[in-house]
Design a protein around this ligand. Structure first.
Ligand SMILES: Cc1cc2nc3c(=O)[nH]c(=O)nc-3n(C[C@H](O)[C@H](O)[C@H](O)COP(=O)(O)OP(=O)(O)OC[C@H]3O[C@@H](n4cnc5c(N)ncnc54)[C@H](O)[C@@H]3O)c2cc1C
Length: 448
């Protein structure tokens, strides 16, 4: 086995690993970046990017259907072939990472396609080569779809997000197993293109980590669109016979042409040699400090850190790692104001702590919830804003917005949580009329 000496090895090139490799390469370090699938990871090929392109198409279909309520008549004949073509050609380059590999190489990074394993501090093996990194190793191995241990499921040809983004034709019916953000997004896309969709969730509501008020509104929106939602169920078994999936829910048998499993993510940590760097090989997440250091000559970023499975978290962490490796000053990792958006319609957008999380953190939060309501006569929709306040400091520690532009309205609340803007300062702001974010002023006034 040959040895090569370099400055930094990046193992796994999700959004964070790719970002770190490029920045470090451009800074003149000798960087080797190793990826066993596609450079960029889940987000550009199987996650955020293709799913958001599908959501955009589904929005347009839904908008046309609303014409009857406002402006006469319009007809839409959704055609999935066009969506599939755009995903293949514009979003994923037919699941080809040539452009991303070139971007790495143009930044002076040596790219290696292969599966890497850790072989002690600063040492990484791939194929016949051991890379010895003088500065250290950045671990960004990400996650894969998790498949719950349901009797019979493993023997069926179920889909995961990786199949769903590559669909060229739609089935008549789908059961979506999992009512988290990914399951809900796919459920609504498929339903808007005419698929009969049932969402099955073992928890007692959709989007469990978010505010219960948000789940309630989303379930109402799904019901209006004809998406069936079964929450609080136990799935006894899954079967597949003659092209039909059957789920035994005890009190109900569900059948569908396809089954999409969107039941969380599994970290790509098994067998990667964590024990060689003094870490638990069975760990579900890699513990990191505020510089994302995970051990001797080791940094970890992305989903595997358990700080929020989002592209923006992975890239935020990568920026901290780059500064640490280059010895630059800058803010340390801080997770008080992590933002997250389920891109359903309405969007469910949150920052910081939910009311429940604030209680669990030992705060005695006060909250207020208000309608998003009308945007003057520009638009009107059902939506809400919930604010979570730490009364001891008179600052927001969390907020949730449900609305068609919830993720955008969230930005001012994210600033408030991040910068710990005092409530009197927030109340003294100008809120443009007629915007949705003006509803923030009303909810601030409603706080006890
Ligand atoms: C359907 C879907 C929609 C999503 N939508 C959004 C969204 O709208 N917004 C958002 O912020 N997030 C979204 N996410 C989450 C987002 O995709 C991830 O959080 C993001 O990709 C960050 O992941 P990561 O950096 O941990 O690495 P990943 O993207 O998981 O990439 C890690 C890479 O490392 C590779 N690898 C693993 N082990 C090895 C090894 N031993 N050697 C070499 N290579 C290895 C993997 O093959 C993979 O390519 C979505 C996810 C899904 C599935």
């Amino acid at each position: 086995m040959g040895e090569q000496r370099v400055d930094v090895v990046v193992v796994g090139l999700g959004p964070g690993g790719e970002h770190a490799a490029i920045k470090l390469g451009r800074a003149g370090l000798d960087v080797v970046a190793i990826e066993n699938r596609l450079v960029g990871g889940e987000c550009p090929y199987y996650g955020c990017v293709p799913s958001k392109m599908m959501i955009a198409a589904a929005h347009v279909v839904a908008d046309v259907r609303r014409v009857a309520d406002f402006a006469g008549a319009a007809q839409v004949q959704p055609d999935w072939a066009q969506v599939a073509k755009r995903v293949r050609e514009e979003a994923t380059d037919d699941w080809d990472d040539k452009a991303a590999v070139e971007r790495l190489q143009d930044s002076g990074v040596t790219f290696v396609r292969g599966t890497a394993t850790l072989a002690g501090p600063g040492r990484v093996e791939v194929g016949d080569t051991t890379y010895v990194a003088s500065r250290g190793v950045v671990l960004n191995t990400g996650t894969a779809p998790a498949v719950p241990p349901v009797d019979g499921l493993d023997d069926t040809p179920y889909w995961t997000n990786r199949d769903a983004v590559a669909l060229t034709e739609l089935p008549d019916s789908v059961v979506v197993l999992g009512g988290g953000a990914i399951g809900c997004e796919f459920a609504q896309i498929l339903a808007r293109f005419g698929v009969t969709v049932t969402v099955v969730e073992v928890a007692d509501r959709l989007l469990l980590p978010e505010e219960p008020e948000a789940s309630e509104l989303l379930e109402k929106a799904f019901a209006k669109e004809g998406i069936q939602v079964r929450t609080g169920v136990e799935i006894a078994s899954v079967g597949y016979v003659d092209g039909t999936f059957t789920l035994d829910l005890g009190d109900q048998q569900l059948s569908a042409d396809k089954l999409l499993v969107a039941a969380g993510r599994r970290p790509n940590l098994a067998g990667i040699g964590l024990e060689t760097v003094g870490l638990d090989p069975d760990a579900k997440t890699v513990e990191t400090d505020e510089r994302l250091r995970a051990g001797d000559q080791l940094w970890a970023v992305g989903d595997i850190t358990g700080k929020g499975a989002y592209t923006h978290v992975s890239m935020y962490q990568a920026a901290v790692v780059v500064r640490d490796i280059l010895g630059e000053d800058g803010p340390l990792a801080d997770y008080r104001a992590v933002t997250r958006v389920a891109f359903t319609d309405p969007e469910v957008a949150s920052v910081g702590m939910s009311e429940k999380q604030a209680r669990e953190a030992g705060l005695d939060p006060v909250t207020a919830v208000g309608d998003l309501g009308a945007r003057g006569w520009l638009a009107q929709e059902e939506g809400l804003i919930k604010l979570v306040v730490d009364p001891a400091r008179d600052v927001l520690v969390g907020a949730c917005v449900v609305g068609s532009t919830g993720g955008e309205i969230l930005s001012m609340l994210a600033t408030a949580v991040h910068a710990e803007v005092p409530l009197p300062t927030l109340r003294s702001m100008h809120f443009a009329y007629p915007t949705y974010h003006r509803a923030v002023a009303t909810v601030l006034d409603d706080l006890p």
